[in-house]
Structure formats: structure tokens, C-alpha cells
Write a protein that binds this ligand. Structure first.
Ligand code: ATP
Length: 237
């Protein structure tokens, strides 16, 4: 692990808490996150560690604004200004996701009939790159991730778990975003492809990205983490 040199903060979590209200279960309240403080700088990769149920995935979902926080701030540096995603409008959240904040989960959301190459190229086209160049760059990234060329024209619905995961990673990393959230993106990959992903993440960091991720595989964690952020399950209220 190498400590990053002083670089700008990209994400600040302050007093972040999340509880789930289970309305189907006699309104039981499940406290999952409490008083989380974390600052993430450009160029570092912080890996969330801790046992199953500690709230690691929940934290990433709260930051990505898939879940609403119960209280606290999720400040993201967007276009040079701080924006609290916990207070942002849906339009602001979408803008931040389009240009600043990427999220790669373990699962590819397959779009029926859309070929793998176009799934990967689409974020580039959305960023204003020509279709031809976007497809070329998508192909180059799929090749790096060892996705065989014969699969590129096919929709990934029938691909193996590892192939789908590599298409997902390619889609998530093809556009440079300054802040990346990764929820076990390499869970089904073999050692060789994990190395490729580790290399891609290192390149993203060197290009200035701040990365926050979950990696259960210890080798992968040691390879990519510049720092660990330990979490533990909350005691029941
Ligand atoms: N949508 C939800 N509704 C209710 N409870 C939830 C919801 N999402 C997560 N939880 C609960 O929050 C707790 C933390 O789950 P989370 O998936 O964040 O843990 P984790 O640390 O990522 O675990 P793992 O390492 O097993 O993936 C669990 O007890 C889970 O049941």
C-alpha cells in the first residue's frame, strides 16, 4: 500500500447514518450505519473491510443515492464545487452520476438485444464521443479484459458470470470519472482477469480518480488498496 501525496478531497462523509424501516415486519427499525466519517482524496483507493452485514454495500448505495441516508452529509466534489448528495435534487444526482460519480456492482444490467460492444460504448457516446470512436475504444477495452471478439456483437444475457462482469467493468471504467464506487466488481473473475482490473484501477487512480470499493478477495484487496476503512455491524438498538 502506498500513501497518496496530498491531493484534493473528492468525497466527504460526515455523521452519515442509515436505518431501514421494515414496514412489513411490524415497523421494525434496522440500524445499519451510524456516524460514518470518511474523506476520500484523488488518487487513493480506500477499501471497505469488515464482516458480512457490516453495511459495506449499504454505504456505497447511500453514497450513490440509491438509498436515502437517515442523516448526515455525502459531499461530492462536482465541477469544482461541493454538493451534498443527501440534499440534492434528482436532476443533480443524475448529473453527478453522468460526469463525476461511477458505480460498478457485481452484476451487469443486461439490456435485451443490445450487443456487448454497444453496452460498453454507450457511456462514451453519452459523453459526446462519435459512435465510431466509442466502438473502437470499447473494443480495445474488451480486448484488454480478454472478452473474445466473437462475443462483442452478441447481447450479454447468455454470457458466463465472469464474461458479464468484465463487460460491466468495461462499461463502468470506459469514461474517466473522478469518483468510483466498486461493489465486488471482480467476484467471478479468474486471477489473470483480476490482475487486468487491478491494473485498470491503478491507471484510473494515476489519472486522478478517487476509488472506494469492496473486495472480498484478499490478494485483490492488497493489490488495489492504498488504505482500508474498517466497518463492523451495529449492535441491535
Ligand atoms: N434494502 C434493505 N432493506 C432492509 N435491510 C437491508 C437492506 N439492504 C441491506 N439491509 C441490511 O443491512 C445490513 C447490511 O447489509 P450490507 O449488504 O450493506 O452488508 P455488507 O457489509 O455489504 O455484507 P456482505 O459482505 O455480506 O455483502 C444487513 O443486515 C442487511 O440485511
Amino acid at each position: 500500500m502506498t500513501a497518496p501525496i496530498a491531493s484534493p478531497a473528492m468525497l466527504e462523509l460526515r455523521g452519515l447514518a442509515k436505518s431501514f424501516e421494515l414496514h412489513q415486519q411490524h415497523d421494525t427499525r434496522l440500524d445499519v450505519l451510524d456516524d460514518i466519517d470518511l474523506t476520500l482524496h484523488a488518487g487513493e483507493c480506500v477499501v471497505l473491510s469488515g464482516p458480512s452485514g457490516a453495511g459495506k454495500s449499504t454505504l456505497l448505495r447511500v453514497i450513490y443515492a440509491n438509498y436515502r441516508s437517515s442523516h448526515g452529509a455525502v459531499r461530492v466534489r462536482h465541477d469544482g464545487h461541493w454538493l451534498d448528495l443527501a440534499e440534492a435534487t434528482p436532476h443533480q444526482v443524475l448529473e453527478v452520476r453522468r460526469r463525476t460519480l461511477g458505480y460498478v456492482s457485481q452484476f451487469l444490467r443486461v439490456i435485451p438485444r443490445v450487443p456487448a460492444l454497444d453496452i460498453v460504448a454507450e457511456p462514451l457516446i453519452g459523453a459526446g464521443i462519435s459512435v465510431e470512436e466509442a466502438r473502437q475504444r470499447a473494443g480495445a477495452l474488451l480486448r484488454r479484459l480478454n472478452v473474445p471478439e466473437r462475443l462483442w456483437a452478441l447481447p450479454p444475457g447468455t454470457f458466463s458470470g465472469g464474461e458479464q462482469q468484465r463487460v460491466n467493468i468495461a462499461r463502468g471504467l470506459i469514461v474517466h470519472r473522478p469518483l468510483l464506487l466498486l461493489d465486488e466488481p471482480t467476484a467471478s473473475l479468474d486471477a489473470e482477469n483480476r490482475q487486468v482490473v487491478a491494473q485498470l484501477l491503478e491507471e484510473a487512480r494515476h489519472a486522478g480518480a478517487a476509488v472506494l470499493g469492496i473486495f472480498h478477495d484478499e490478494d485483490m484487496r492488497d493489490r488495489v488498496a492504498t488504505r482500508l476503512f474498517p466497518m463492523r455491524p451495529m449492535a441491535p438498538a
